[in-house]
Structure formats: C-alpha cells, structure tokens
Design a protein around this ligand. Structure first.
Ligand code: FRU
Length: 481
C-alpha cells in the first residue's frame, strides 16, 4: 500500500504456512497496528466515527430488545463440529453464553466474577426476527465445574449425542468478594472440558452427564502464568481440525507471552518497521514508554489422544508483544479462495489493552495466511476487521467510564464472533449510555485476500436480526417436528 504521510509502512508478511508444530510465531507488529490510525480520519468533528465505514459496525439502536429478563448475556457461541459448522441438533439451534444473574445486586460490569455458562435453544426454522431464544439455564450443575466461575469457550458435537464443552475454569480464591461481584484477588485460570450428552425432543434441548477434565494450565515459558503476572490471560479455548493435517485436533486460546511481567523487552521484530522508514520508532524509546508490558498472544495446543483429554502446548501462533495485551476468543475460519484454503485467525481486543503509543477500537481483528501457522498478514493491512464506531482521535476509554464527547457507541458491542458466511455476532455493552447484556444485531462482513468490508445491504442498513446465529449443518433427524 501507499504510505499515509506521517505514518510508517506496515510490515511485510508472506502468509506462508509453517508446520503447526514448528516454533514460527507470526507477529502483529506496531508497524501493522499503526495502520489503524493511518486509515483513520483525523479531521472528523469530535465524537464522530473516524474509522472507514468498511470496518465500522453499523449503529445499534438504543431501544434494543432484552434477550432474557433474568440473566445478562455476553460472550456467545454455537454448537459446532470440528470444522466450525454450526449444528442444528434434531431441529434445534443451540447457543451457549456467559450469563450472570441480573437481580443479584451487582452491576453489569461485575458480571465476570459470577459468570456461568448458560444455553439457549430455538427451532431451526424459527423467524429470527420474531421468535425468542428459549433459556435452558446453566449447562453445568452448581459447583460441578472445575473452578468457581466459568469463562468462555466453545462447544463441539462429538459422536452420537456426546458434546464436549471446552471452557475457562476461572477460580476466585476470595469467594465472599466474588459473590459480592467485586472479584477480589485476580483469578486462577485453567482450560477445561466437560464431556456430556445433549438431548432433544419436541419440548426443547437438555444436557446431562457432564464429566469435567482439566486440560491445560499455563507453563510459564510460552504462556504466562499467574505467578508471573496476576493479570495474566489464559482462556477461551476453541478446538478444530485442520484439513491440511487430518487426524489431529488443535486448540487456539488467549494467552500472554511467558515470563515475569515487565521483563519482556520489545524487539525490532515486534516493531516491524521496514528498513529506513522515516516514520519508524526507536526501539529504546518504545521500551521506555512501557509498551513492553503488553504481551498478548494467540496460543496453540494439540490433542494427544482421541478423547481430547490430553493436550500439549505448541508455540503461539501470533504475538502482539508491545502492541496489545489481550487477543481474546481466538478462532480459525477457513475459506476457500480461488481453489485454495485461506486461514483466517480472528480475535477480539479492546481499546484499553493497547500498548503505549498505539490506538484502536474495541472489536474483532483478523489475520490471513496459508495455514494454521502462517506468517499471518493482518486484515486490511492493520488487523482491524470490525470495530464499534469510535473517534480514534480522542484518547482511549473503558466501557465503564466513557467520556461525554466520545462517540456514544464506542462500546456498543464486544466479543464479536465470525460465523459461516461472514455473519458476525456479538453482545451489546453500552449504546449511548444504555447498558446491554443482550446479543447484538448480527452483521455481515465480506472478505477475500485479507480485505474486508461491512455488507450494508444485509438486514436493515447492515443490521441483521438480534442474536442471529443460524445453523448450516443438520444432525440427528427432525426432533421437534
Ligand atoms: C471476552 C472475555 C473473555 C472471557 C470473558 C469473561 O469478553 O474477556 O476473554 O472469557 O470475557 O467474562
């Protein structure tokens, strides 16, 4: 691309595939992420959206419907198979969400400390604009999961009616603090799964028989642990098979670079400037700015047995050292382009987790390559695939404390998840001061060759039905007919 005056060129990435077991880690560099600002309009009136409409989520109306009166709903995923197909089971669509009691006396921003995995179902042929999702309750019995709080994951239909629920087993030691919705000391985290059964009849969907197994705890080498940083991230498992490596099951997850917080030193490769770029930053200055404290990665693990109860870490697929501290809810989306499989790695991130000197919106970021492990090319040259409307000329904020003159929709949605067909579902956080806790209208992005654009012909001016997570593969007959 042509450089924007005053901005560096992005890094060069070949997209070339490497063996998933090798130690090649792709870098989302400062030079890449600087393109977010290079592509942003510096002349908009304060509080307008400064980003290109191609990467801006259409505005959610303030009078959005409440998905469920009893629970707040946020991170959500469908029942899937090993190829990320969304499964209709015996005529029912089933989705899993982090939920927290709306009436427990704490606020929406305290939901994390009391998160449980709940599920919803509705008939596969329902009208997504009219028929509500039926709430099935918590998927696990009280006290059954590993840890005392359940954070995000993914759910796979296995043989017959078996399901594996992969989740983050989060443990708050101070249970009184946790119950008060404050969280107290930072939590421990492990990646776990529960193998159980799904049942469906004309009345709906139920689950039983869950057996929980702890799968992974951070090793402190490739993946940072709690001793090294109380604010470490180790969560959000998503498993899949790779057509290029049949017979293996992989898992991507959110991690941080191993090592004690503050010890990491930014490297020239993390900055990623092209030789002689007049707009390159100086490495020592970047390090002394504190940017070295932000060390997100997207982790990879491989299953060692067919039961998926034993896993080994592989080196991270992607690092965002000195760029951002959180690359959350990663997923692999494979798309055939011109007869060739292209691998899109999607992950969500926040404004407030960017490193010093970096700026970007809350939203979903994407990277494209020729394999699961590739020299990933950031989508749209920056990494940003879809963000909430934001004036990036103003300083970054957090959803709890938006400033008055920022765009009132800068935190309208989060936890974007890219479904088959480029349908992106997310949850509503804060629309002009109206707090959410319900699923957003689903939007559609079209992408090819690593370039994406919001499809504004989808739904109404780009907004599809609320909580639209359609299924694309049917399994198990016609249960409800
Ligand atoms: C994303 C996220 C996940 C985590 C969950 C906790 O919204 O931060 O990484 O599992 O929320 O509520």
């Amino acid at each position: 691309p042509e450089p924007t005056p005053g901005f560096p060129l992005p890094s060069e990435h070949t997209q070339e595939a490497h063996d998933p077991a090798s130690d090649f880690t792709s870098k989302w560099t400062r030079a890449d992420a600087k393109q977010i600002m290079a592509q942003s309009d510096s002349t908009v009136a304060p509080g307008e959206n400064s980003m290109s409409p191609d990467v801006t989520m259409p505005e959610i109306p303030e009078d959005f419907p409440t998905m469920n009166e009893d629970v707040w709903v946020w991170d959500t995923w469908s029942l899937t198979d090993e190829n990320a197909n969304q499964i209709s089971y015996k005529g029912w669509d089933v989705v899993f969400s982090l939920v927290a009691d709306r009436n427990a006396g704490y606020g929406f921003d305290q939901r994390h400390w009391n998160a449980r995995i709940g599920y919803f179902f509705r008939k596969t042929n329902a009208d997504p604009a009219k028929d509500k999702w039926n709430y099935g309750g918590h998927i696990f019995a009280d006290g059954a999961s590993i840890g005392n709080t359940e954070w995000s994951g993914s759910t796979r239909l296995m043989q017959g009616n078996h399901v594996n629920v992969f989740y983050t087993a989060t443990t708050f030691d101070d249970v009184a603090e946790r119950n008060a919705g404050r969280g107290g000391t930072p939590p421990d985290a492990a990646i776990a799964k529960a193998l159980g059964n799904i049942h469906a009849d004309q009345n709906g969907v139920t689950f039983d028989g869950f057996e929980h197994t702890k799968l992974l705890e951070p090793d402190g080498k490739m993946y940072q642990n709690k001793d090294q940083n109380p604010g470490f991230a180790f969560r959000d498992p998503y498993t899949f098979e790779d057509p290029a490596h049949p017979g293996k099951t992989y898992m991507v997850f959110e991690g941080n670079t191993g090592g004690t917080r503050g010890d990491y030193e930014c490297k020239e490769e993390d900055l990623g400037y092209q030789p002689g770029d007049p707009n390159a930053e100086n490495l020592d200055e970047v390090n002394s700015s504190g940017a070295n404290l932000q060390t997100a990665n997207v982790g990879l693990a491989v299953a060692d047995n067919k039961d998926l109860t034993k896993w080994s870490f592989l080196p991270p697929l992607l690092s965002a050292n000195c760029v951002n501290d959180q690359t959350e809810r990663p997923q692999i989306f494979i798309q055939n382009e011109g007869g060739k499989n292209k691998y899109y790695l999607f992950t969500i991130s926040h404004q407030f987790t960017y490193a010093a000197g970096m700026r970007g919106p809350d939203g979903v970021y994407g990277f494209v390559g020729d394999g699961v492990r590739s020299d990933y090319q950031p989508m749209n040259n920056s990494g940003l695939a879809l963000g909430s409307p934001t004036d990036l000329n103003l300083p970054s904020e957090s959803p709890e404390k938006p400033t008055a003159n920022q765009n009132g929709r800068q935190f309208q949605a989060y936890s974007h998840y890219v479904q088959p067909g480029g349908l992106v579902q997310s949850f509503i956080d804060n629309v002009n001061g109206v707090r959410g806790g319900s699923l957003s209208p689903t939007v559609k992005i079209n992408f090819r060759n690593g370039i994406s654009a919001v499809d504004r012909s989808f739904g109404q001016n780009g907004l599809g039905p609320f909580g639209y997570l359609p299924t694309n593969v049917r399994v198990g007959g016609e249960g409800h007919y």
